[in-house]
Write a protein that binds this ligand. Structure first.
Ligand code: FUB
Length: 322
């Protein structure tokens, strides 16, 4: 009897170990057309803030998603919408989220702004990562076109010394600005300038930055986001201001898996030591512009710290809790 019990117990343990081992996220991570995914970790939870990928005139809100393990995702609907951003008319794009002093901030691009129009990069605040977010300024934080960069696709980066920099820009130009501690304005750099152009070779849009082993990894999207040549490339630098010398492409279309892969972010799990790239792509049988879905793969490095090419999968990643 005792032996039987022992056998059943060890079988159960074995089965649950196998089940855990096999739990994978799958790709896409969740249902629906969602692009430009910004992954971020708050406490023991992964969050993804994507663009609702649809006709520009219908892009009037954001949903977001949370998960404890990268496998099970919960959808949080309409964390902000046009009822809370008075100047939003269309094209609410590419959110960037962060936590500071117990508040959650959501930076966004609005209106696909061109010269002489109202729109650009805005910022909203909430008490909860799932919102509801309220527009902090009632107007854009950056509404002008400087150095040829369309004010979209911002990424807010906290440097080693606690300073917040914002990298942004479409139309093949990337600027970096320094944010005031309350995020209500941009402030001059030591040399008195407000904007520094840091555009790397082949840059188009979607900048992202992280630090690994003391080095600054700067990443961006190249090619056209509606086509097959969209991709992600990167540089490594000793400074947040570059120079960002292009090392090469690490993510691109794979004709056997998916099309138009790009606009990404990177999250890190301190417990497992794993890095993940979260990006969008188009299903292999789709040419529809807005049919972009959010996917994930593990990001690997070689012994010199170079990022290895990402292999796109349908399986995604294994469960990874904090
Ligand atoms: O989703 C709208 C735009 O498409 C983004 O701002 C670009 O980065 C591209 O992904």
């Amino acid at each position: 009897m005792k032996n039987n019990l022992r056998f059943i117990l060890s079988l159960a343990l074995m089965l649950s170990a196998v089940a855990c081992e096999e739990r994978r996220s799958g790709n896409p991570l969740f249902e629906g057309d969602y692009a430009d995914p910004e992954g971020v970790v708050f406490g023991d939870t992964y969050w993804i803030y994507p663009t609702y990928s649809a006709a520009f005139d219908d892009q009037l809100y954001f949903d977001c998603f949370s998960s404890k393990d990268l496998v099970e995702w919960t959808k949080h609907e309409r964390i902000i919408d046009n009822s809370r951003i008075s100047w939003l008319r269309r094209a609410l794009w590419a959110p960037a989220a962060l936590e500071k002093d117990g508040k959650y901030y959501l930076f966004f691009g609005a209106n696909d702004v061109h010269e002489g129009e109202i729109g650009g990069i805005g910022v909203a605040v909430a008490d909860n990562p799932a919102g509801p977010f309220e527009d902090l300024l009632g107007k854009p934080l950056i509404g002008e076109i400087v150095n040829g960069a369309q004010p979209i696709d911002q990424y807010v980066f906290k440097d080693k010394d606690g300073t917040y920099y914002m990298y942004y820009g479409g139309w093949r130009h990337c600027n970096v600005v320094k944010l005031a501690p309350d995020f209500k304005s941009i402030v001059p750099f030591d040399d008195g300038t407000l904007y520094k152009e840091v555009t790397p070779e082949n840059y188009v849009e979607g900048p992202f930055m992280f630090i690994r082993d003391g080095k600054y990894y700067f990443m961006w999207s190249e090619g056209g986001w509606t086509g097959p040549d969209y991709k992600v490339a990167y540089a490594i630098s000793d400074s947040p201001f570059g120079p960002f010398e292009r090392k090469g492409v690490i993510l691109e279309q794979d004709d056997s898996v998916a099309r138009g892969a790009g606009h990404h972010s990177v999250v890190y799990n301190q417990r497992s030591g794993k890095y993940y790239i979260i990006y969008h792509r188009r299903p292999i049988d789709s040419d529809v512009r807005d049919n972009r879905v959010t996917c994930i793969e593990e990001l690997h490095f070689d012994e010199d710290g170079n990022i290895l090419p990402v292999v796109m999968t349908h399986e995604g990643v294994k469960a990874d809790e904090f």
